[in-house]
Design a protein around this ligand. Structure first.
Ligand SMILES: Cc1ncc(COP(=O)(O)O)c(C=O)c1O
Length: 400
């Protein structure tokens, strides 16, 4: 019996989840593993948000809602964009779904014709390319190197766009590099996009609230308001409010596209959980102290990790502007020999060595289309980070 369609064979399960599973198995068998592979805040969801969910349940908000979100949640999203980005939307320009992940899937599904091209700067978030493949599109990767601060340049974008391009996928602050674009850099990219009238921009701004670096957050649409009819902003509550399990993401975009996305959702998952929607609305409209306090902690953790890794000569580090990842470039260690005599040929093998030898789980750069690098998530306690950085340092000194 054939259980997997040919199209599905072309995609893979999330590499970060696979590594995390391996780390968990090792922990279960008694090994003291520090797992830095997962991309989710380690904080508890703030109490005022949990309380809002309980109240919603008690009020009987336990039934189907409109497929792409309640009026209450959409109004909270409209208000968020007004307050934080000075962007003005109406309810019919907002969509809510089961995480930013489903929002991105819906937007691509709504628009892609077979063979349409999606331009993806690398390093990229692991799901973009597989989503494009699943939806019958093709992707064009634009490598952005360490020396370019891992940022797309207007020249590179101009050379990549063509009649076949349907979307440019931008993500800042970026997973895995933490790179952000200044307003001027966003504008310069927008100026290129403006010359290609068929191209839409999906700006994944899920890490907006986790911005602590030298480049302040700038939404693509605030930098390029004239492109409004061609821009979808993607955001959500997963990262900002430690709500990954609640599964609420949202988008702002052209009303016509938003209604096509709602149609898709009505025939796939229907509405995201009604209780989670109430909680997300409370998160967006309630006191924002949690976001500020978490930011201070993330910054301290980033500095701890950077400080520890800086002493490893050969690793090349960029200080992230946002998100909760560090993405060291490790070319100097390719072809190095482990204490057991094995030659490290690529970053997959380096990550495997760090897991086996140092008992630290990291995600290889290959998963993000950018080698040889590895991603460290610092969304974990400082104690664990100190232990992990120390172990990583010692594992690198054991390489010949
Ligand atoms: C860049 C990026 N976009 C989107 C998502 C998906 O977020 P959500 O949990 O809202 O589906 C993630 C999650 O890791 C991410 O890193």
């Amino acid at each position: 019996m054939k259980y997997e369609a040919d199209l599905i064979k072309k995609i893979k399960a999330s590499p970060a989840m696979a590594i995390s599973m391996k780390a968990r198995q090792m922990s279960a068998s008694g090994v003291d593993v520090v797992d830095l592979s997962v991309g989710e805040p380690d904080f508890a969801t703030p109490a005022y948000i949990v309380d809002a969910a309980v109240i919603a349940m008690r009020r009987g908000e336990t039934h189907y809602t409109a497929a792409d979100g309640t009026a209450e949640l959409k109004d909270a999203v409209v208000e968020k964009f007004r307050r934080e980005n000075d962007l003005h939307f109406s309810r019919d320009q907002i969509s809510a779904a089961n995480g930013a992940k489903q929002i991105i899937f819906n937007a691509l599904m709504a628009t892609l014709e077979p063979g349409d091209e999606v331009v993806v700067p690398t390093p990229y978030w692991v799901s973009y390319t597989d989503m494009v493949t699943l939806l019958g599109g093709t992707f064009k990767l634009l490598p952005c190197s360490y020396d370019e601060d891992y940022k797309l340049t207007p020249e590179k974008l101009d050379a990549a766009l063509s009649e076949r391009t349907r979307w440019l996928l931008l993500n800042a602050p970026n997973n895995p590099t933490g790179a952000s674009y200044t307003r001027a850099e966003m504008r310069a990219l927008g100026d290129v996009v403006a010359r290609y009238p068929k191209v839409m921009v999906l700006s994944d701004e899920i890490y907006e609230q986790i911005t602590y670096g030298t480049t302040p957050f700038c939404s693509f649409l605030s930098a390029c308001p004239e492109l409004q009819e061609r821009v979808v902003l993607v955001n959500g509550v997963s990262k900002a409010y430690a709500m990954t399990g609640w599964r609420i993401g949202f988008a702002a975009g052209p009303a016509e596209l938003i209604s096509v996305m709602a149609k898709i959702q009505s025939q796939s998952t229907s509405n995201p959980c009604s209780i989670s929607q109430a909680a997300a609305a409370a998160a967006l409209t309630g006191p924002q102290n949690f976001v500020r306090e978490a930011l201070t902690e993330y910054k301290a953790r980033r500095d701890l990790v950077l400080g520890g890794l800086q002493s490893i000569s050969g690793l090349r580090l960029r200080a992230p502007d946002g998100a909760f990842y560090v993405f060291p470039e490790c070319r100097a260690f390719i072809d190095a020999r482990t204490p057991s005599g094995k030659v490290i040929e690529n970053d997959n093998q380096l990550a495997a060595y760090l897991l086996q030898d140092a008992h630290v789980a990291v995600v290889p750069g290959a998963a993000f289309g950018s080698e040889p690098c590895f991603r460290i998530s610092f969304a974990t306690s400082r104690d664990k980070l100190e232990k992990a950085v120390d172990r990583i340092g010692r594992a690198f000194t054991r390489l010949a």
